[in-house]
Design a protein around this ligand. Structure first.
Ligand code: DX5
Ligand code: ZN
Length: 218
């Protein structure tokens, strides 16, 4: 699956930018929405009121990536609003199991994200309660950064746990995904690829989505 990140889109034209990759006949499976609070990460983007408007403007499921402090308090609101996936950071969650249950009870898939240097082993039991594992392949906060290939070890470990039945979740990767890195990530076992600058920096974002998909399937 391909999830274009609207972080690299024109924020004054979000509705059109979403339609450019996610309208009828277009290729985006999910639209990835980066929520940043200038505390958990050194950048500020958008919050729940904007996500509520986005939900009214597209039929494509929203994949909300919350790079925020206190997700236990704030994340369920995104699920209640109708986000398809609500992903919180393992480093920020106080009680990730209770939080996953709250997100699911509010009707969303629960996602857990880990920064490049956060080991997966600490969260193996917690992940049983989640639907998605989002492996960060850049330090969260900004689009357009270079892919950190060593996180693929975590992808392989997660893939093994899924394939052996120890976990039941989708493995997603976020950061520095382009036509080259997507092949490495696909080979390591990623199910869903987030791409910001590789999609919205392209002349034709819809074609960029399809080009990424075919590289992932190579
Ligand atoms: C970074 C965000 C990413 C970002 C990826 O903190 O979580 O979703 O949009 O952008 P690219 O694909 O340009 O690395
Ligand atoms: Zn993201």
């Amino acid at each position: 699956m391909i999830a274009p990140s609207i972080l690299s889109a024109d924020f004054a034209r979000l509705s059109d930018e979403m339609a450019a990759v996610g309208g009828p006949g277009r290729g985006a499976d999910w639209l990835h929405v980066d929520v940043m609070d200038a505390h958990f990460v050194p950048n500020l983007t958008l919050g729940l009121p904007v996500v509520e408007s986005l939900l009214r403007s597209t039929e494509t499921p929203l994949d909300c990536h919350l790079m925020i402090d206190s997700p236990d308090r704030w994340a369920p609101g995104y699920a209640e609003a109708g986000a398809h996936n609500v992903t919180v950071h393992a480093e920020a969650a106080e009680d990730p199991v209770a939080l996953a249950k709250n997100l699911r009870a509010a009707g969303a898939n629960a996602g857990l994200s880990v920064k490049p240097d956060t080991p997966l082993e600490n969260y193996t039991d917690v992940l049983k309660h989640y639907d998605t594992l989002l492996v960060m392949s850049v330090e969260p906060g900004f689009g357009g950064q270079k892919f950190i290939a060593r996180v693929l070890d975590k992808v392989r470990a997660a893939r093994r746990m899924v394939d052996t039945g120890h976990l039941n979740l989708l493995v997603e990767i976020d950061g520095g995904i382009n036509g080259d890195t997507i092949e490495q990530a696909a080979e390591a076992g990623v199910d869903c690829f987030v791409a910001g600058s590789a999609v919205y920096g392209a002349e034709d974002p819809a074609r960029a989505v399809e080009a990424l998909r075919s590289r992932a399937l190579d």
